[in-house]
Design a protein around this ligand. Structure first.
Ligand SMILES: [Zn+2]
Ligand SMILES: [Zn+2]
Length: 113
């Protein structure tokens, strides 16, 4: 018996979900549906602000009309995307909704310890 700190418990969950999603992705899971990041090896909302998460081709974290990346703001429960160019007119596309939905799930999963 030993004491397990909350950060250790968190790491265990993250590691488990990461490897489950790695496998699921190989089997056909949409990489953008993941709540962990296969590139940065952490919960999605912790690295979604990285330039690597801007995908102009698919429109994830991307404003098509302005042709520029959306900024991301993450709070305790969700993520917000906003375009520095058109501001309030953030494109409500399926791809951007998917980014927000995946971040919400990842935030919830991290806090569910
Ligand atoms: Zn990442
Ligand atoms: Zn825009």
């Amino acid at each position: 018996m030993r004491l397990v700190t909350s950060s250790e418990a968190e790491d265990t969950t993250l590691t488990a979900v990461l490897s489950a999603e790695d496998l699921a992705e190989e089997l056909g899971l949409d990489p953008h549906a993941r709540v962990t990041c296969g590139l940065h090896r952490c919960w999605l909302h912790l690295c979604v602000a990285s330039p690597a998460h801007v995908v102009p081709l698919t429109g994830h974290r991307w404003c098509r009309p302005c042709r520029r990346p959306l900024e991301v703001f993450v709070d305790e429960t969700t993520a917000h995307l906003s375009c520095p160019e058109c501001g309030t007119g953030t494109p409500d596309t399926a791809a951007n909704r998917q980014v927000v939905r995946a971040c919400r799930t990842s935030i919830a999963a991290m806090h569910a310890q």
